[in-house]
Design a protein around this ligand. Sequence first.
Ligand SMILES: Cc1cc2nc3c(=O)[nH]c(=O)nc-3n(C[C@H](O)[C@H](O)[C@H](O)COP(=O)(O)O)c2cc1C
Length: 312
Amino acid sequence: MTSAGPVDLSVKIGALRLRNPILAASGTFGYGLEFAHIVDLNRLGGFVTKGLSSEPIEGAPPPRLHPTPSGLLNAVGLQNVGVRAFVAEKLPVLRKFDTAVIANVFGYTLEDYIEVIRVLEDAEGLAGYELNISCPNVKKGGLQFGSDPSQVSEVVTAARRAASKRPLWVKLSPLVTDIGLIARSAEESGADALTVANTYPAMALDFRTGKSRLGYSTGGLSGPAIKPITLRLVWETRKAVKTPIIGLGGVETAEDVLDYLSVGASAVQVGTASFADPKASERLSGTLTKVLELLKVFTLNEIRDRFVAENS
Ligand SMILES: Cc1cc2nc3c(=O)[nH]c(=O)nc-3n(C[C@H](O)[C@H](O)[C@H](O)COP(=O)(O)O)c2cc1C
């Protein structure tokens, strides 16, 4: 049934209420502060910080970005200031804004993840954590945490125990045979929401020189090229679990947002689009309202109900 009245963009992700379903994605929005003079942070659903590690990381040699048809290849090497500098220097300034700040957490061992969360637990001003499990586990021969259900269970269970104060989102790797299996493992281990998904391992080279277009041999592919692939992953995840899903991959327009919501996401993140238009995430909440008004849809649940009705 269509409700009357103005469009309500607010969403609940577990216990966390967001003013709208659009967040800026990790690694494409710095620590938020770099964008604060261009983007009204108070109008976003929220944003996810650059991945934070227990110690600072210098990152990959240049070039770090290479545009491909309909996509972007990156190898940043998870450069970041380290969790302690984030808490001491960035978080006090971020507290002045009325937006949900989600801290993206990563590590190369289980202990790394727990150490980052331990430091963040003592700090004020965060709305939640997002666990990036697309990292190699150096103690397991470099196998990605996110590619094996038992490793997912181990890292999410430990993170859940450490993160007693705030919601824990788990960001899945798209590089898996059965995303439903991984999603169930994260859900059973205590994830409050699942972020689907990270970039796709890919490469580009210059055959004249034989050299990679990036400072590393390979990188991660993002942008419009990956949207249809990730849309399916969100749909598969929705069928496997009840946990809220945040969808991301190639979101540029209000229609992209509605596609992700239709297949079962509760919210979306905007990554690569912010490079071409830093205001992309802020702009999208305005255009989403207009599109919903045209559709005479006034709550986001109605979008999901439509797709389910058509495809059940
Ligand atoms: C330059 C760059 C850096 C990124 N850094 C991170 C990161 O630190 N942690 C993380 O979980 N994802 C990171 N990502 C992945 C994005 O958050 C997102 O999952 C991916 O780009 C797909 O969304 P998009 O197509 O809208 O960009 C990065 C992506 C890009 C393009």
